[in-house]
Design a protein around this ligand. Structure first.
Ligand SMILES: *Cc1c(COP(=O)(O)O)cnc(C)c1O
Length: 457
């Protein structure tokens, strides 16, 4: 207990977790199953077989098994960039003059610049093991496409990425990283798929969206022999793989007798937050400990704080199974001035259920405030954070400042999911004083909720 806490807590390779933890196993009320949009009945493994890899389907549907051993090949790959450091933000604490103790788990130490590689390598491994030729996917900001291209090149799999057209045009350097890893990359919507051609005909000149790129990638997977589709967030299997973040954090904290009072993470589709909190939520569910868990989302895309808990489509083209989640409606798109990432209309069914059961809370923050926090953090902690991650930084700073007022010495853990080197247009807008905020009106959300599909019984 009295051990002095270093700036960085590193684990040894042999201290890394050897299994992923499936938080659903400890949930009394489980997340609602995915349903088939045609029948409104829970999907079966057979329904999913044409789209996803077999072993990933088994992980997706399993809400009973608590631990899944991490295959040796994946552990070997993890060792190249993990364990990731848990950092005590001494410099930020000092700058803020707070009695709070702030820790962050840094996932930006790999070429994808994010936590996405933790699941990409697992998904590529299972695709390879199944003897597939390749996988297809979508990418928005580009971190997932990069992570998957890295994972596929490692296992010698073909990788086809549909990148949201605005990002494709705004982030030419992301594109080159992805191509360097041997993946092919198509701006979406494209004329290479039926759904892409349909969307282009209906919305000529559109910059695309994540939901639309998902539809194209799914179509590409199901129309080519030996291909499957993979997804970088939202799904249960992705949260399972990302549990490595939380497990490592817990091992590192236990080593020094540290117990966080609060755990904070940004939430887009929910994978990093779900991964970070999973072992802690497990303790909460089993009645062993309590933690204040906070999801942070953009005010311009507020699925938890202003969404509705209902079955919805996961993609614009409505080709994927429907999930019960907090959603803004699958047609919702954040306003064009939104530069902070986390643009997905829904939220992981696991996190949605935990939120609905009040096992975690959520806050929303405006992007100019997010970039102010990013700047403050970069100037004292030396890392240029991703805009997504900076949502968590904002909330952590706000909580630390509250402690300054009350004198409480809370221990705060937050997830620093990645770096922002490819987000410099957004930083430029902020530095030029040209960044603005947009909060959707109640009427806009109401119009979007009106488009929700028919709900299963
Ligand atoms: C993708 C991404 C996120 C958001 O996705 P989640 O699934 O909600 O974790 C956050 N930070 C970074 C750096 C990302 O690349």
């Amino acid at each position: 207990m009295s051990k002095e806490i270093p700036y960085k807590i590193y684990l040894e390779e042999n201290e890394m977790p050897d299994s992923w933890y499936n938080v659903r196993a400890d949930m009394k009320k489980k997340p609602a199953p995915l349903v088939n949009p045609a029948t409104l009945k829970p999907v079966t493994a057979d329904d999913l077989k044409p789209v996803f890899c077999d072993e990933l389907i088994a992980q997706e549907l399993d809400d009973k098994t608590a631990f899944f051993p991490i295959p040796q090949e994946i552990r070997d790959f993890y060792k190249m960039y993990r364990p990731s450091p848990l950092v005590r933000a001494y410099c930020l604490e000092k700058k803020l003059g707070t009695p709070a103790k702030i820790y962050y788990k840094f996932e930006g130490n790999n070429t994808s610049g994010s936590h996405k590689l933790n699941s990409a390598i697992a998904q590529a491994y299972y695709a390879k093991k199944q003897g597939l030729k390749g996988v297809t996917t979508e990418t928005g900001a580009g971190q997932w496409g990069t992570a998957l291209s890295m994972a596929c090149s490692y296992f010698d799999l073909d990788c086809q990425v549909y990148m949201v057209k605005v990002s494709y045009e705004q982030k030419p350097f992301r594109r080159e990283v992805i191509r360097t890893y041997g993946a092919s990359i198509t701006p979406s919507p494209s004329d290479t798929t039926n759904i892409g051609r349909k969307i282009l005909a209906e919305h000529p000149g559109t910059g695309g969206s994540l939901g639309c790129a998902i539809s194209e990638a799914v179509e590409a997977a199901t129309t080519q022999e030996g291909y499957r589709y993979v997804l970088g967030s939202v799904l249960n299997q992705v949260l399972l793989h990302q549990s490595v973040i939380g497990l490592e954090s817990k091992i590192a904290m236990d080593k020094y007798g540290i117990k966080p009072d609060m755990i904070i993470g940004c939430a887009g589709g929910g994978s990093n937050l779900g991964g970070l909190i999973s072992p802690f939520v497990g303790e909460k569910l089993r009645g062993e400990a309590d933690y204040d868990i906070v999801a942070v989302e953009p005010a311009s895309c507020p699925s938890l704080t202003r969404g509705t808990f209902a079955y919805d489509f996961c993609d614009t083209g409505r080709v994927c199974p429907m999930a019960k989640m907090y959603t803004l409606g699958s047609g919702f798109m954040p306003s064009p001035n939104h530069a902070g990432g986390l643009r997905y209309h829904g939220m992981s069914p696991v996190l949605s259920e935990l939120y609905d059961q009040k096992l975690m809370r959520a806050v929303s923050v405006e992007q100019t405030k997010v970039f102010e926090a990013a700047e403050q953090f970069a100037r004292v902690e030396g890392i240029l954070p991703a805009p997504e991650s900076s949502h968590a930084i904002r909330a952590a700073i706000d909580e630390a400042l509250k402690c300054k007022e009350t004198g409480e010495e809370k221990t705060i853990l937050f997830g620093l999911t990645g770096t922002g080197y490819f987000d410099l247009y957004a930083y430029k807008a902020f530095n030029d004083g040209e960044m603005s905020d947009y909060i959707p009106t109640d009427d806009e959300l109401k119009a979007s909720f009106a488009q929700l599909p028919k709900q299963p019984e």
